[in-house]
Design a protein around this ligand. Structure first.
Ligand code: GAR
Length: 207
């Protein structure tokens, strides 16, 4: 059984999708063992508590920089014997120490079709603001392994979602969550835990 840690910073709807998938028996050979939040007030921590999953806080404000926070996170993950790290709306860029400790064992969900609308500064609603400003007719979500390059790791799953004429960043965000993120993230986590993902360069093979 792979012990999964879900890292969050905010509302935690993707965490909820994972909790619900686990309750339906759809996370094969995996168990959500910990939720770690970068903020003590994140609603995601309440979702974890309701599901009887231990919640932890690694507060960004307690550390001088992302590197120091990443080091604390890495130590916590090792102590908890975590085999898969899931970034589910985690709003900080982790430094390479964690990537080295968990090679191709950190999964991130990004609310756009990478390589569009991604990289530093592209998080949360900002992603959808930029997509609407650009005038794309299709956006979506990407689940990928985390590498040293921000949003640049091998892609596991992607799903396209239509952009509507009257979309606001909030309506587009919600549709992408409902139609893509909450579906893809549990699928990718289950595939990983079942040992069905292998990585060759940039390419992820699904067996
Ligand atoms: C989600 O849309 C997720 O894809 C995005 O933040 C939101 C978090 O929502 N992540 C990023 O932008 C990462 N670059 P949630 O807390 O309700 O899951």
């Amino acid at each position: 059984m792979v012990r999964i840690a879900v890292l969050v910073s905010g509302g935690g709807t993707n965490l909820q999708a994972l909790i619900d998938a686990q309750a339906r028996g759809e996370i094969n050979n995996g168990q959500i063992a910990a939720v770690i939040s970068s903020s003590p007030t994140a609603y995601a921590l309440e979702r974890a508590a309701k599901a009887n999953i231990p919640g932890y806080v690694v507060n960004r404000r307690d550390y001088a920089d992302n590197r120091a926070m990443t080091a604390a996170l890495a130590q916590q993950l090792q102590e908890l014997d975590i085999g898969l790290v899931v970034l589910a709306g985690f709003m900080y860029v982790l430094t390479e120490e964690l990537v080295h400790a968990y090679p191709n064992a950190i999964i991130n969900i990004h609310p756009a079709l990478i390589p569009s609308f991604c990289g530093e500064g592209y998080y949360g609603l900002h992603v959808h603001e930029r997509a609407l400003e650009y005038g794309v007719k299709v956006s979506g979500a990407t689940v990928h392994f985390v590498s040293e390059e921000c949003d640049g790791g091998p892609i596991i799953l992607q799903k396209a979602v239509a952009v509507n004429e009257d979309d606001t960043p909030a309506t587009l965000q919600r549709r992408i969550m409902e139609q893509a993120e909450w579906v893809l993230l549990p699928q990718a986590v289950s595939l990983f835990c079942e040992g069905r993902l292998s990585v060759e360069g940039r390419i992820v093979h699904i067996r």
